[in-house]
Write a protein that binds this ligand. Structure first.
Ligand SMILES: O=C(O)C(=O)C[C@]1(C(=O)O)C=C[C@@H](O)C=C1
Length: 174
């Protein structure tokens, strides 16, 4: 009885769960990597870092693509993506502050935001949705949340005060 009790509260998620969590963290990191390129194109073009219309468009497309899920699932997914935008904006703002201080010249041969970079983000969107859907049920387990938080230190790009990672994971750890 005692043993059975212990087994029902695992301290580490099993292999399959760990793989799913790692997969999600890798995708979160890939999306944050794209924020660096976004920052470069916006440094050259002077376009504002914050683009609420583009965020709205991604969230609206998301809601449409999730037509079978219930309202709570949709809301979770929207909040998850909003956190990814916000984490990316922390990266962009920090880079622009640094480049302003260095009086950085425009970047040579920057990729085009609409033609090259946003399609990269759009390619990641369905992959992230699928990964979130796989991981979300696991997060009922405190051990899975702990694993996610701890693995993020290795798999998700950091910044000096951990704000980027904290923002990117915020909704998953709520
Ligand atoms: O596409 C842009 O313009 C971006 O800066 C990227 C992004 C995003 O993460 O998708 C982030 C901030 C903007 O408010 C809109 C979208």
């Amino acid at each position: 009885l005692l043993l059975a009790g212990c087994q029902s509260v695992p301290t580490t998620p099993d292999d399959a769960a760990r793989q799913k969590i790692d997969g999600l963290l890798i995708l979160i990191d890939q999306r944050l990597d794209v924020a660096v390129k976004v920052a470069q194109t916006k440094w050259n073009s002077g376009a504002p870092i914050n683009d609420p219309a583009r965020e709205r468009q991604i969230l609206d497309d998301l809601t449409t693509s999730l037509k079978t899920s219930d309202a709570q699932d949709k809301s979770f997914m929207r909040r998850f993506f909003q956190a990814q935008f916000d984490a990316g904006k922390i990266i962009q703002l920090a880079l622009h502050a640094q480049w302003r201080q260095e009086a950085h010249a425009p970047f040579a041969n920057p990729p085009d935001l609409a033609r090259d970079i946003r399609p990269e983000l759009d390619r990641l969107t369905p992959l992230l949705i699928a990964a979130v859907n796989q991981v979300r049920p696991l997060l009922q387990q405190p051990a899975a949340k702990r694993y996610l938080q701890q693995r993020a230190d290795t798999l998700v790009r950091g910044d000096s005060n951990g704000a980027v990672r904290a923002e990117a994971l915020r909704v998953l750890l709520e």
